[in-house]
Design a protein around this ligand. Structure first.
Ligand SMILES: *Cc1c(COP(=O)(O)O)cnc(C)c1O
Length: 405
């Protein structure tokens, strides 16, 4: 799944270029850097690889989301509709621009349920933010239509689905803007880093300034730049970008290995009639970082998880329902308004609702769901062995269950 599994000479060579000059900053020092512009080079490669007119690198995927929202004009009091199953960074970014995260149910694709999105629209809604979770895509056509009909912004959080496509287009390039994360466990990594992708020149220009204190990058040097608006420092360093230049060259190889390993594991689990699989809106476009499978009910699933744990084969398998990071059920800090500083009244009111409001439809799905991370380094023998062990646990639990009735 993550790029760090295939790390070596290519990354070292790129880092050596930067070490050769010592210019670690992406802007300025034109003469000293001897032609090394790693961040610029990576931005260009991202544009070419994914077919996005513009790409703006950032210091993280969270910073990319924050930057995209600011550039799209999402701010104080605006409501952003997003899924109740995602990585915490998605709502962190919404809150960071003063907007309000409106969390709604997911469906069996583990992404936004379009009907839940429709039901959540109010006069304050400004943006719909699907999250392409676990390597696969949201129901983009349906969400695009909803955005069109209601005059809303579509911002794709594609942070963990780099390389996935939907009807031939890369996720992250379809909405008004999209974001990638290059943190250490993502499909390709910079160590830390992220990117905003957009086809809109104005949005891009705003991202370019926003990530660098509002600099317009039009001056003869940094001191001469104008500042048409207030920005922050969300810059990536040349060292991180250099790693990304090496990693993006390996992306297609990563994807083809993932797809092969995913297919083999899926064929093993498919032999059990009680196992079903995540709905994928465009099977061909699955980046296959995870194989996500369902069992008949929550009780069986929890028992399978416990049994896998006791057999020491749980590592790499994620039961998100009980996980502290990815599902609203365990986001107590958010639900209880645990902030270090004052937050707006409308935000606090909204968050309070989540302790009372049940996410019944999502619970019914997440409680039955296990995602197996697909490693790039597995051999076919290892996949067979893993698959058979998991299958053995499932069969045992099902047998015990049916023996007891
Ligand atoms: C990883 C991730 C992010 C943020 O990425 P960082 O680079 O770790 O800040 C945002 N959204 C999702 C869905 C992610 O998985």
């Amino acid at each position: 799944m993550p790029g760090f599994e295939f790390f070596g000479e290519e990354e070292r060579k790129q880092i050596d270029d930067v070490m050769g000059t010592g210019i670690l900053m992406r802007y300025g020092f034109d003469a000293q850097r001897k032609g090394n512009w790693k961040a610029k080079e990576l931005e260009q490669k991202i544009s070419e690889t994914f077919g996005s007119k513009y790409a703006q690198l950032t210091s993280s995927g969270t910073a990319a989301l924050t930057t995209a929202m600011a550039a799209l004009g999402i701010g104080y009091g605006d409501e952003v509709i997003m899924p109740a199953f995602t990585f915490v960074a998605s709502f962190e970014a919404v809150i960071s621009v003063g907007a309000i995260p409106v969390l709604v149910d997911i469906d069996e694709s583990l992404t936004l349920d379009p009907n839940a999105v429709k039901a959540a629209i109010t006069s304050k809604t400004k943006c719909v933010m699907p999250v392409h979770m676990c390597g696969s895509m949201a129901d983009i056509d349906a969400l695009k239509n909803i955005c069109k009909e209601n005059n809303l912004i579509l911002l794709e959080d594609a942070c963990q689905s780099i390389g996935a496509t939907y009807k031939g287009k890369y996720v992250g390039t379809i909405g008004d803007a999209g974001t990638f994360s290059f943190d250490f466990v993502k499909t390709i990594t910079c160590g830390e880093g992220g990117a905003v992708l957009t086809n809109n020149e104005e949005v891009y220009t705003k991202c370019d300034g926003y990530t660098d204190h509002g600099h317009d990058h039009q001056g003869v040097d940094r001191g001469a730049d104008l500042h048409p608006f207030v920005g922050y420092n969300y810059r990536i360093s040349e060292l991180h970008a250099a790693i990304g230049v090496a990693q993006i060259g390996k992306l297609n190889n990563f994807l083809s290995i993932q797809r092969k390993n995913h297919a083999l594991l899926k064929s093993i689990l498919s032999a059990i009639p009680e196992v079903t699989f995540r709905k994928i809106h465009d099977e061909e476009g699955d980046s296959c970082t995870f194989l996500t499978w369902f069992l008949p009910d929550g009780e069986i699933t929890a028992t399978v998880v416990a049994e896998m744990k006791s057999q020491n084969i749980l590592a790499g398998n994620f039961y998100w329902f009980d996980n502290n990071w990815h599902y609203i059920r365990k986001w107590d800090h958010l639900k209880n308004n645990k902030f270090l500083n004052n937050q707006s009244e409308p935000l606090q009111q909204q968050l309070k609702k989540y302790s009372a409001e049940p996410f019944t439809a999502s619970d019914a799905i997440m409680s039955r769901c296990i995602s197996t991370a697909i490693s790039l380094t597995w051999t076919e023998e290892q996949i067979s062995e893993k698959g058979e062990k998991i299958a053995g646990v499932i069969k045992k639990v099902l047998k015990d269950k049916y023996a007891s009735v």
